[in-house]
Design a protein around this ligand. Structure first.
Ligand code: MLT
Length: 258
């Protein structure tokens, strides 16, 4: 199993296939398994790298997290694999981590792909909800987060099999990681105003039934730059990679070839 060590933490990643490298970064409260189907499809002609972010999945225990630390871990991952720069796709919170990466190591990103995510900072009410969720998960465990979020994660027509897979991933995360991630998301910075000056191409993918980071939010991001492209995944909610892996992979193949 591939692990590397950074800042005292053993970090897990999976690597599949050969060719143009792409790193797929998971969201909250998940791990790299949410990209499993997309990774398998893309690996037919790409080198696909899927980390578990610090504290998630097989990447150890944490008490604290920040977008900067998780972004720094992605730099460490590329260093470990001797990859100077590559395309990155980040799902939701994974997108927030990549937004930070554009600040700390822009030269390592050849292409920024934001999937079902947003570019604003949390307003005061959203910050309070993060704190409430952090307290809830420490008291009641990870299944309480799955219960609270599941109704908004996928399109109304999603398959029960996919829902079960998603729930298993959510419930297997450590409560301390999920609490720390809530506070890291609460403290993330605004990104929208930085889009016009991004030094790399930007692509935004969104499920047309995403109710957490809706289509309007994706359109607003794309409108900030003449060079950004919007890719709409029909029939998908917030978890487009696990709900519509063929369609998301097709969009990513298109992006990587352009
Ligand atoms: C995610 O899917 O990573 C989260 O819904 C992001 C968020 O809560 O802002």
């Amino acid at each position: 199993m591939p692990f590397f060590e950074l800042a005292g933490q053993k970090l897990f990643f999976e690597e599949l296939g050969q060719g143009t490298p792409i790193v797929l970064v998971h969201g909250y409260p998940l791990d790299g398994r949410v990209w499993q189907d997309v990774g398998r499809i893309l690996s037919k002609s790409c080198r696909v790298i899927v980390p578990d972010l610090r504290g998630f999945g097989q990447s150890g225990h944490v008490q604290q997290l920040s977008m900067a630390q998780m972004a720094q871990d992605l730099v460490g991952l590329l260093d470990n694999l001797n990859i100077p720069a590559c395309a990155f796709a980040g799902l939701s919170m994974g997108g927030y981590v990549l937004q930070k990466l554009t600040q700390i190591a822009p030269a390592r990103i050849s292409r920024l792909i934001l999937v079902d995510t947003r570019a604003n900072a949390d307003a005061e009410d959203a910050r309070k909800k993060r704190e409430a969720m952090a307290a809830m998960v420490l008291e009641k465990g990870s299944s309480s987060v799955a219960d609270a979020m599941m109704g908004n994660m996928m399109s109304p027509d999603h398959s029960p099999v996919v829902e079960k897979r998603l729930r298993d991933i959510m419930e297997s995360q450590r409560p301390a990681t999920l609490a720390a991630a809530c506070l890291a998301m609460r403290d993330r910075e605004e990104f929208l105003s930085r889009i016009p000056n991004l030094p790399m191409p930007l692509d935004v993918l969104v499920g047309d039934q995403d109710v957490i980071s809706p289509l309007d939010v994706a359109k607003e991001m794309v409108s900030q730059s003449k060079h950004a492209q919007l890719h709409i995944i029909r029939g998908a909610g917030h978890m487009s990679p696990i709900e519509k892996p063929e369609e998301v992979s097709a969009a990513l193949f298109k992006v990587l070839k352009s």
